[in-house]
Design a protein around this ligand. Structure first.
Ligand SMILES: *Cc1c(COP(=O)(O)O)cnc(C)c1O
Length: 236
């Protein structure tokens, strides 16, 4: 049996220790509980433990779970197709996975028409893995300049998914690269751009990510146990 409460306590202790090692306060780090494939009743346990930020990869799964969980903020952390923007743009707190001008424009179109502004992060494929979505590091600055002028989107920082490795020390340079990109962009002081969040670190590597400057970590299996994709974890 997975003990969600105990797992959360342990994760929070590790986040606190890593934040102190990097000269920051534990409360400066936002823990996003990644709930993909997790049934609503287990997610509710996490919410009852005080977690308020939930992350989903898929639009369909997010929308299906949303009505069942009250008082929470949803983060879209997985790849977003342009044709799904309409369904989700006004139902999330933060979209972590914007990686093209076309996608940013689509979000802008929906939001600006409604007189709103959507908080987004730009996803960067720092290690250049073919299997992953995200911008190359070189493409980030030009995209920031293009997106900065769109009234319906608000760039709030950067996100990455590091390669899965045995020893998280191996991906420290990936996190450091994203952290320095954040400061480079911040120094430009572009209107409509606030480099507040650095979303990096998952179950296997979140301590190293925090040491490298992450202030938003996305953690699934350390909280809810290993995912079982063989079961249908949609809302019952
Ligand atoms: C699944 C997922 C996570 C969480 O992964 P764990 O290893 O279970 O912590 C974080 N970010 C993204 C983008 C994911 O898809």
């Amino acid at each position: 049996m997975v003990n969600v409460r105990e797992n959360i306590a342990r994760v929070q202790e590790r986040i606190a220790a890593a934040s102190r090692r990097s000269g920051r306060r534990p409360e400066d780090i936002t823990l996003v509980a990644v709930t993909k494939t997790v049934p609503v009743e287990h997610i509710q346990e996490a919410v009852d433990c005080g977690l308020r930020d939930l992350g989903e990869n898929r639009v369909q799964e997010l929308l299906a779970k949303q009505p069942h969980l009250k008082g929470v903020k949803w983060h879209l952390i997985g790849h977003l197709q342009r044709n799904k923007v309409r369904q989700v743009w006004d139902r999330v707190t933060l979209i972590h996975s914007v990686d093209s001008l076309e996608l940013a424009r689509e979000i802008d179109k929906r939001a600006a028409t409604a007189g709103r502004r959507v908080d987004i992060l730009l996803e960067v494929n720092v290690a250049g893995e073919e299997s992953k979505f995200g911008l190359t590091p070189e493409a980030v600055l030009p995209l920031v300049r293009d997106v900065a002028g769109l009234p319906g989107v608000h760039i709030c920082g950067l996100m990455t998914v590091a390669p899965l490795v045995k020893d998280p020390e191996e991906v420290r340079p990936v996190f450091q690269r994203l952290a320095s990109l954040r400061w480079e962009i911040d120094a430009l002081r572009l209107p409509g751009v606030d480099m507040v969040y650095l979303s990096m670190g998952m179950t296997n590597d979140f301590e190293v990510a925090i040491e490298a400057g992450a202030n938003m970590v996305r953690i699934g299996s350390a909280i809810f146990g290993a995912r079982d994709y063989s079961k249908n974890a949609e809302v019952q």
